[in-house]
Design a protein around this ligand. Structure first.
Ligand code: AN7
Length: 348
């Protein structure tokens, strides 16, 4: 039993009591891998935090395990969440683990297929609404409060408590904080949680704090524009969010760290996604590539100094969204089943 999971590993830093069930699916302890090609491209020392290696394939599992354990501890009968996909996959898995019913509200037709498959297979009640994520979150708040359902979106503070552990792991691996932590920003729970984690660890371990660099998709960039976006649009469906719940937390992380929140276009996201897969051997989902797209943009603008130590949070696994992968570059050659045909095709 090598895998302890977030609750057991980090209980001293989490609001865990003797009555909290020690749930785990083996979340956390994800790889921090050096990105050699990206380091050369940026003239920096760049590492990728592979959050797609979590049990349901995204960073959400770190916070979900804590939120679900607390919901079980507090005697919830069911949990509810709104989701652009990853939260629903994680909630469905951990609810099953905790023996709770799970209700998921998703924007109809706007969820990557892999995530939808997960929510169904883990046994959640999946309801698609004729509206976007922001509306689904409003409805989640309404139903959760009125009917005593535990809300497991990142407005649940236990989610952020669990998610902050990614910052701890990065500091433990590097023996310091990076100069810059780059990540995609949607509902802004993750940037808020990372900043909390770095600050707590800084007090305990006397380390310097990183700058927080958050990146939103250009068609869904309320934090960059300074106002909610009523009809957000982007290929990166995970971060297609127009009115982030943790707005204030994101602004605080940006300002207190001397960092920035900027926008990247869908084209820039697609290029970074392809770069990571073809040059680094790392398959993340489109939203995750926004962090790398942002770094490449800043470097082009001359706003990234050389020699920095950078960690990019790659928040979700590329297998979540096979349609995006195949739509962008599907060139499958079909050949006769003979050695000669293969030799001709391969110039052997
Ligand atoms: C891969 O699943 O909001 O800024 O409902 O799935 O903490 O919202 C997902 C968000 C980045 C943004 N990368 O994180 C949901 C959901 C991936 C994501 C984000 C999400 P936040």
């Amino acid at each position: 039993m090598s895998q302890r999971g977030v609750i057991q590993h980090y209980q001293q830093y989490l609001p865990i009591t003797a009555r909290t069930p020690v749930l785990t699916l083996g979340e956390g302890d994800t790889p921090l891998v050096r990105a050699n090609a990206l380091s050369r491209a940026l003239d920096c020392d760049v590492y990728l935090k592979l959050e797609g290696c979590n049990p349901t394939g995204s960073f959400k599992d770190r916070g979900m395990v804590v939120a679900m354990a607390k919901a079980a501890e507090q005697g919830a009968r069911a949990v509810i969440c709104a989701s652009t996909g990853n939260t629903s996959a994680s909630a469905a898995a951990y609810a099953t683990r905790a023996g709770l019913k799970c209700i998921v509200l998703i924007p109809s037709g706007q969820i990557a297929r892999g995530k939808l498959a997960q929510a169904f297979v883990y046994g959640a009640r999946v309801l698609a609404i004729d509206g976007n994520f922001d509306r689904a979150l409003e409805l989640t708040r309404e139903l959760g409060e009125a009917h005593n359902l535990a809300i497991v979106n990142s407005i649940n503070p236990f989610r952020l408590e669990g998610q902050k552990t990614a910052a701890f792991e990065i500091v433990d691996d590097l023996t310091r904080a990076p100069d810059i932590l780059a990540l995609p920003v949607g509902n802004a729970g993750n940037i808020t949680a990372y900043w909390k984690g770095f600050n707590e660890y800084a007090r305990l371990k006397n380390i310097a704090l990183p700058q927080m660099w958050g990146f939103q998709a250009a068609g869904a960039a309320p934090l960059v524009g300074g106002a909610p976006v009523p009809n957000p649009h982007t290929i990166a469906t995970a971060i297609k969010i127009g009115n982030p719940a943790s707005w204030a937390g994101a602004i605080r992380a940006r300002d207190e760290s001397g960092g920035l929140i900027d926008a990247v276009t869908d084209e820039e996201i697609g290029a970074a996604y392809a770069f990571l897969a073809a040059r680094e051997g790392i398959f993340c989902e489109p939203a995750s590539a926004a962090s790398v797209a942002g770094l490449l943009k800043k470097q082009r603008e001359g706003k990234l100094a050389r020699g920095k130590t950078i960690v990019c949070a790659l928040t979700g696994n590329g297998l979540k969204d096979p349609e995006f992968a195949l739509a962008s570059d599907a060139r499958i050659e079909t050949l006769p089943a003979t050695g000669d045909a293969l030799r001709r095709a391969l110039d052997l």
